[in-house]
Design a protein. Structure first.
Length: 295
């Protein structure tokens, strides 16, 4: 299907085209970011919309789940923006003034165009000022304000003995890094990525470092034993530095798990798959949301 009319596009397709036309970076056109911005919570309908737009020649897959608009797609997005624009209208009001003063009655009927002029900020402030009244706060309110002040003071103090990476309840130490001298514990413990459990909102996010293995076994560095569909050694994470942006990037690979690993509803088959901020990682029946720490 080539050059479809606006009427043939689904609502999801229109939302995607309109959003992509306003983006400036490639990351903003990543599939997950497009779905989040357009609030496409139904994965099947979203995938269908992407497929329809590609079949129509309006978008192309630039690789790594990043999409670009074609020339036809740009033209279609401009047409959508033009059709959805609200025309400016002029309102006519008939005013009637009666009984201005005394016993005589004067009626004035006319038609006028309405143009709004914002009032002066100074006039609004002066009109909204209440009369000056000095009130004494009740004793209970004074006590609450004092307690809040004491709490705020503690924010300026550095708490001693902050928990380390090893003390996370779902971690089992640090990953082992192999070198020419054998196996040794990992030293690079800088946290740039975390995994948040989607179904358990109150669960503590799990910090991720390069070399982490996730599974049910105690030999891994991340143990999720609540899900029987997770294998003993399910998947492995690796943090690499991007050659262009020099920012750390997170990858995951499946370790031959029984029920597989998927990223944004796409199964991880061979090799490593890159994870982005907001990516949905499914292992067994557990969904983990990738959180990138921006520093």
């Amino acid at each position: 299907m080539l050059n479809p009319s606006v009427s043939t596009l689904s609502k999801e397709c229109e939302l995607i085209l309109t959003y992509m036309a306003g983006t400036k970076t490639a990351m903003a056109r990543h599939k997950r970011n497009i779905q989040d911005a357009c609030q496409l919570t139904d994965g099947r309908r979203a995938n269908r919309a992407f497929a329809d737009l590609m079949d129509a020649g309006l978008i192309v897959d630039a690789g790594e789940a990043i999409y670009d608009l074609t020339q036809n797609g740009i033209a279609m997005a401009q047409q959508l923006e033009k059709d959805n624009a609200t025309p400016q209208s002029v309102t006519n009001i008939n005013n009637t003034f009666e009984k201005i003063e005394g016993n005589s009655t004067v009626k004035v009927v006319g038609t006028m165009d309405i143009y709004t002029t914002p009032p002066s900020y100074k006039d609004m402030v002066e009109a909204s000022k209440p009369a000056t009244v000095k009130l004494t706060p009740p004793r209970s309110q004074t006590r609450i304000e004092k307690e809040e002040t004491d709490i705020e003071r503690t924010l300026d103090q550095i708490a001693p003995g902050l928990p380390t990476l090893k003390e996370h309840p779902l971690r089992n130490g640090l990953p082992e890094l192999r070198s020419s001298k054998g196996v040794k514990p990992g030293r690079n413990t800088t946290i740039r990525f975390m995994l948040a459990l989607d179904t358990q909102k109150d669960a503590l996010p799990i910090p991720i470092v390069s070399g982490d293995t996730l599974g049910r076994s105690k030999r891994g560095t991340i143990m999720l034993r609540h899900d029987e569909f997770i294998s003993n050694r399910h998947c492995r994470f690796e943090v690499l530095r991007d050659k262009v942006t020099h920012r750390p990037t997170l990858f995951v690979e499946d370790l031959g798990s029984r029920n597989g690993t998927s990223v944004d509803d796409l199964e991880v088959l061979d090799g490593k798959v890159q994870l982005y901020h907001g990516s949905r990682l499914r292992v067994g029946n557990t969904v983990l949301i990738v959180v990138e720490i921006p520093y």
